[in-house]
Write a protein that binds this ligand. Structure first.
Ligand SMILES: *Cc1c(COP(=O)(O)O)cnc(C)c1O
Length: 384
């Protein structure tokens, strides 16, 4: 493949050279038969199904092409990819810096399991920029980033953070699920490991779990591969297949989610039941300039702070929605809306908003239908 091709082109062709069929065969295999007895212990790259089959190699190639990495490891879901990345860099006695708006289950892993392993976590304000240096001690080993933040959508000043953390010798990890690796290229900015929940946009159809960690250079790639091997982390071939199939259409699908998300965000920003919209591509977002500098687009996931309203009235309004589903996860073709206050845990960086916080995923239904559905629910919340 020519390096000069654009992303949509590269994602359609990545990894499939030399095969007559467009899609790879799905081998269902634990045992891999080797050509002779000498090969059992000598040389074959993946002598056992747990280490991956053809479809896994092709998915990894597509992910490396997407994120600009040298190597990738696959995991059974996004959370397992996050914990694999962290385990590949940390040891007892280390300290870890974690963005205060990190994905909730990542926070729980740090507070529960890493604490038990003798790793201390310090949470920092996602808007800290170079002030992240105030949290670095002689024990600090790594920094865990996520931009925009889960639920609250703050954007990191990545170059400012990385200039400080790299000077201090820290390994940096980012959860890049929101951008799907299309709208943000963290490895090119100097981040060491980029993690994605492939469950979201790469799969794109809400019907499979997967995760990946992509490494910028060989040293971190080696300890990542060893950690995956030691823990026996792997992804089933059927899942790898549907995620690879989803990745072929990732770029055009994201353009649809982006357009729908912006249309809904603009409409909601002008709605009388809404206090604020948390969408980094809107100029009203406090980190809009950082987003415009580092990202090339926006996915379909954003937040909405409503004006204060009692929970019963809010729930009655949301239950009037016909097209938006109530469900966790996102990144499929369908629109979703959930109240997030019960999920919100912050140590240092977020003041409780003036009203309830919703998270919206803009799917691929007709946008005018989605707007009418939101109005049908929210108009009832407006007092005259
Ligand atoms: C969903 C999600 C994950 C976890 O992915 P699963 O496949 O559900 O385990 C991790 N990080 C972010 C930002 C997510 O949205």
């Amino acid at each position: 493949m020519s390096e000069g091709h654009r992303e949509a082109t590269r994602l359609i062709h990545a990894g499939r050279q030399g095969r007559r069929t467009v899609n790879p065969p799905v081998e269902r295999a634990s045992t891999v038969l080797l050509p002779d007895v000498e090969s059992l212990y000598g040389g074959a790259r993946a002598p056992y199904g747990r280490m991956g089959l053809g479809v896994h190699a092709e998915l990894k190639a597509a992910l490396c092409a997407l994120e600009g990495g040298v190597a990738a490891e696959l995991a059974p879901n996004g959370l397992a990819a996050v914990t694999l990345a962290l385990a590949s860099v940390l040891k007892a006695g280390d300290e870890l810096l974690v963005s205060d708006s990190i994905y909730g289950p990542t926070r729980r892993f740090c507070e529960r399991t890493l604490t038990r392993w003798g790793v201390r976590t310090r949470f920092f304000d996602p808007r800290a920029g170079a002030r992240i240096g105030e949290h670095i001690t002689a024990q600090t080993r790594a920094v865990m980033l996520e931009s925009p933040g889960s639920l609250t959508f703050e954007i990191h000043d990545l170059p400012a953070i990385l200039s400080v953390t790299r000077a201090a010798g820290l390994t940096s990890i980012i959860d890049n699920t929101w951008s799907a690796g299309v709208f943000l290229k963290p490895l090119a900015l100097g981040v060491d490991l980029s993690v994605q929940a492939l469950t979201k946009y790469p799969c794109g159809h809400a019907d499979a779990f997967g995760g990946a960690v992509i490494a910028r250079e060989a040293g971190t790639a080696r300890s990542l591969a060893e950690t995956a091997q030691d823990w026996g982390v792997s992804l089933g071939p059927e899942e790898a297949y549907v995620i690879l199939r989803g990745m072929r259409t990732l770029v055009p699908r994201l353009k649809l989610h982006e357009a729908a998300g912006l249309a809904l965000a603009r409409h909601l920003a002008a709605h009388r039941a809404v206090a604020r919209v948390l969408h980094p591509a809107l100029p009203s977002h406090p980190d809009h300039a950082l987003w415009a500098r580092d990202f090339t687009g926006a996915s379909g996931l954003f937040g909405v702070v409503l004006k204060p309203v009692e929970t019963d009235r809010l729930n009655a309004a949301l239950n009037r929605l016909e097209l938006f589903g109530f469900g966790f996860s996102w990144g499929g073709f369908e629109s979703l809306a959930i109240p997030c206050d019960p999920q919100l845990h912050r140590d240092c960086s977020w003041q409780d908003p003036e009203g309830p916080l919703l998270r919206i995923h803009a799917g691929m239904e007709d946008t005018a239908d989605l707007i009418a559905d939101l109005d049908g629910a929210l108009d009832g919340l407006v007092h005259d």
